[in-house]
Ligand binder design. Sequence first.
Ligand code: NAD
Length: 291
Amino acid sequence: MSTIGFIGLGIMGSPMAGHLVKAGHDVTGYDIGPKGLEKLKEAGGSAAASVAEAVSDKNVIITMLPQDEHIEQVFPEIVEHSVPGSLYIDFSTITPKTAKWTAEQGKKNGLRVLDAPVSGGENGAINAALSIMVGGSEADFAAATPIFEAVGKTFALVGGSGAGQCVKAANQLVVGGTYALVAEAILLMENLGADAAKGLDVLAGGLAGSKILELKRETMLARNFVPGFRIDLHHKDMGIILQAAREAEVSIPMGALTAQLIAAGRAMGYGSLDHSGLLLVAEALSGRGEA
Ligand code: NAD
């Protein structure tokens, strides 16, 4: 069993830290807000008053923070206060570039670093059923396996440092693009007089089928956009995707278009809605709906 310092106890981090306690690990958490710390204490973990306190003397350090700037802010403190040889796992979704930077800085300071972004949303975190895409070395991946088993169902080493974030970017590209197309399909069917609910049932059972159609077609038709995964966070992820494509010198026109649709949703005031709220953007572009 590990001693774990867990930084970032929000929507995702809070249930993940709870599962690690349940699995028998000794978990100390830190967050700038009180809510996650209270929940961790209720779950049987301890609360630290600073990053330094959370990470000193731990053999595993975990972050689950919103974006690059938070990792850039917290990581130097982790390096400064952690024990050489400890394992650092970043579950946040950030750019491959920042993930590689943590790996390089970590290596210089004796920290073993894995980038391990997750997919599966809040439900996946609550049910310990996340998919985890991991970048780093085979030895560190093997050492982290008990941690991944406690919070996820599917996990794989997908390459060296930063590769986990590359795969997560690809995941978000497909998810965003699929939502944009499902939204247009709904708009088309509803405005041509077809039964959109039955139509989506048929689509879900054929080649057009997807997890998104399976899980979200009913809530989309009902215009229920309670998150889930917020448009604001997907907007952040589209920025990561476009930056990664630029660095790789590849052209992703569908990704660029999806990024603009998500940006439009945000500009229309839908940032705090679920990303299936792209249906509202599709409606607005056709002068339909409430927008
Ligand atoms: P969140 O905003 O709910 O949680 C982030 C937590 O980090 C907050 O509690 C915040 O107070 C804390 N925090 C911010 N700065 C801090 C600092 N300097 N020190 C300590 N704590 C700090 O976000 P979330 O939904 O849990 O997402 C976390 C990451 O997981 C993001 O990168 C997101 O893209 C990714 N993700 C989210 C989902 C989802 O469905 N919510 C799914 C997959 C991946």
